[in-house]
Design a binder for this molecule. Structure first.
Ligand code: HEC
Length: 112
C-alpha cells in the first residue's frame, strides 16, 4: 500500500468534512420540508408565498451569521426581509430537522 504523507491525508480529511458539511442530504431535507408544510409556501426554484430556497441561498452567500439568523427566523416567524408578507412561526419542526433544512437551503437546496 502507498504510504501517504500525513499532510495530504489531513487535507483530504478536511475536504471531506467540508463537503459533508456544505452538502447536506437533499433527499432527507426535501422530506423534512414536505412533512413540515414549508412547501405550501416555498419552492426550491420559484417564489410562492415566500422566496425560492435558491434565492435565499444567494442572498446569504458568505454571511456567517445566516445559519443562526435563519434558524430563529423560521422558528419564530417574521416579515420585511423579502416583503411585507410574514412567515408565521414554525413551532412544530424539531431543532435537528430545522438545522438540517437551514444548512440545505444555504447550500442552494441541492437535489442530492
Ligand atoms: C405560510 C407560509 C410560509 C410557511 C408555511 C413557511 N414559510 Fe418560510 N417564508 C414565508 C415568507 C412570506 C417569507 C418571507 C419573510 C420576510 O420577508 O421576512 C419566508 C422566509 C423564509 C426564509 C428566509 C428568511 C429571511 O429572513 O431571509 C427561510 C429560510 C424560510 N422561510 C424557511 C422556511 C421553512 C424551513 C419552513 C418550514 C418549517 C417555512 N419557511 C415555512 C412563508 C412561509
Amino acid at each position: 500500500m502507498t504510504k501517504w504523507p500525513g499532510s495530504l491525508f489531513s487535507l483530504l480529511l478536511a475536504a471531506f468534512a467540508l463537503t459533508a458539511h456544505a452538502a447536506p442530504d437533499g433527499a432527507a431535507a426535501a422530506s423534512i420540508v414536505q412533512k413540515n408544510n414549508c412547501l405550501s409556501c416555498h419552492a426550491v426554484d420559484s417564489q410562492v408565498v415566500g422566496p425560492a430556497y435558491r434565492e435565499i441561498a444567494k442572498k446569504y452567500r458568505g454571511d456567517a451569521t445566516a445559519p443562526d439568523k435563519l434558524f430563529a427566523k423560521v422558528r419564530n416567524g417574521g416579515a420585511f426581509v423579502w416583503g411585507e408578507v410574514p412567515m408565521p412561526p414554525n413551532p412544530g419542526i424539531s431543532d435537528a430537522d430545522l438545522h438540517t433544512v437551514i444548512a440545505w437551503i444555504l447550500a442552494g437546496a441541492p437535489d442530492h
